[in-house]
Design a protein around this ligand. Structure first.
Ligand code: AMP
Ligand code: GLY
Length: 420
């Protein structure tokens, strides 16, 4: 099988690493890829949000299966173009990817499906939105409706902050994404993520995880794309997992199918859990990054079979074989991230680290120049390890971090604190 993966982050390195181990995989191309991916696959330059260009490339290279990593190509309808061309593809249609691309759409689906989530109102006008905020009071959550690279959510602890967020959003801070806003009830509790493969009709959960969104230790500092993750998430007990599937995920998948826009791909559900009850915070239409890295290390080669069954509509016959294991990933980011940071700094020590089914350094933002690995992004490396316990995975991962020589990078020292 010739496989094309779209994307360039740690998520795509982890997907490529898992897929590559499956004997079914003949040729593996990742577009655009990064320095870590280049060590295990061919990398190709390709405008990945241009459906026509992706189809042409896939046809020219006799690609049998395309796996879409990030949300950009999904929201641009790349999966639709591939399916129209008869190419097997993992990832939802543009219409189904609205579960991530539009917060108001997701709210409407939850209403129709009876799925527990925060109370909300939807506005296209700043004056009405402000009036609503003053009436509701704080804490309150203001969200840009569209894709805003994870930055379109303001959890306001006071009314003034919420009103300022409205001014920012309608003032164009988030471009078209902020032309509509959703204002939500503030939910208290513990957050966790659940990753569920859906083939339009059948579902197959592939693991729970917890992310660390804040940049610094003790959950301080600005929000980021995620500074580390582990799987499984202990807060997702069997009982809560069952509830989440029954009350939230299954009704969502059924509602999407009923509307003639079945969801095919991975549904990344974010929950807020309090007093044994999960409520939906958000859906994403892709694997989380860095959550994917821990899931792939745990799944290994079978990931390809599962993604393929998902794309073919045969998930009812698929099964995930779990070891009773734990995985953790630590994100190494460039100093300054998520603000301004330098690119091109030299990273040493990677060659001496183990690379096996228990220890992997996935590259998130790197390039190779003259035989050296250089930082080429904000989040740069994902140091990932697996063990019989979370403590073991933690110790292995931090041991690897110690051996990486990159004075221009930083990481959190407390990944996993909630569970350990
Ligand atoms: P989202 O992009 O919707 O996941 O929001 C980003 C983060 O904001 C979430 O992971 C939560 O930590 C927080 N958040 C979003 N919605 C709410 C809510 N209704 N109540 C409390 N926190 C929220
Ligand atoms: N780690 C959060 C995300 O992928 O959205």
């Amino acid at each position: 099988m010739n496989i094309l993966i779209l994307g360039s982050g740690g998520r795509e390195h982890a997907l490529a690493w898992a897929v590559k181990q499956n004997p079914k995989c003949d040729r593996l191309i990742v577009a655009p890829g990064n320095a870590g991916i280049a060590a295990i696959a061919e990398c190709a330059q390709l405008p990945i949000e241009d459906g026509g260009a992706v189809v042409t490339f896939a046809e020219e290279n006799a690609i049998d299966f395309v796996i879409i990593g990030p949300e950009g190509p999904l929201a641009a309808g790349v999966a639709d173009r591939l399916r129209d061309a008869g190419i097997l593809c993992f990832g939802p249609s543009k219409e189904a990817a609205r579960l991530e691309a539009s917060k108001s759409f997701t709210k409407e689906i939850c209403d129709a499906a009876g799925a527990p989530t925060a109370g909300y109102a939807h506005f296209t006008d700043a004056k009405a939105a402000k009036k609503y905020i003053k009436k509701q009071g704080a804490p309150i959550v203001v969200k840009a409706d569209g894709l805003a690279a994870g930055k379109g959510v303001i959890v306001a602890m006071d009314v003034d902050t919420a009103l300022a967020a409205i001014d920012d959003m309608f003032g164009g801070e988030f471009g078209a994404a902020g032309a509509e806003v959703v204002i939500e009830e503030f939910m208290e509790g513990e957050e966790a993520s659940y990753f569920i493969l859906c083939d339009g009709e059948n579902i197959l959960p592939v693991g729970t995880a917890q992310d660390h969104k804040r940049a610094y230790d003790n959950d301080e500092g600005p929000n980021t794309g995620g500074m580390g993750a582990y799987s499984p998430a202990p807060v997702m007990t069997d009982e809560i997992t069952e509830k989440a599937l029954l009350e939230i995920v299954k009704p969502t998948v059924a509602e999407m199918a009923k509307r003639g826009t079945p969801y095919q791909g991975v549904l990344y559900a974010g929950f807020m859990i309090k007093d044994g009850q999960p409520r939906l915070v958000e859906y994403n239409a892709r694997f989380g990054d860095p959550e994917c890295q821990v899931l792939m290390l745990r799944l290994g080669a079978q990931a390809l079979d599962l993604l393929e069954a998902c794309a073919r509509g045969t998930l009812d016959q698929a099964q995930a074989n779990w070891a009773d294991d734990h995985a953790m990933t630590i994100v190494l980011a460039a100093k300054g991230y998520p603000g301004a940071y330098e690119k091109g700094t030299v990273i040493k020590g990677l060659d001496d680290l183990p690379e096996d089914s228990f220890n992997m350094v996935f590259h998130a933002g790197t390039i190779e120049k003259n035989g050296q690995i250089l930082a080429n992004g904000g989040r740069v490396l994902n140091v990932t390890a697996r063990g019989d316990s979370l403590q073991e995975a933690h110790d292995r991962a931090y041991e690897m971090v110690q051996k990486i020589d990159w004075p221009d990078g930083f990481c959190r020292s407390d990944i996993g604190w909630r569970a350990l």
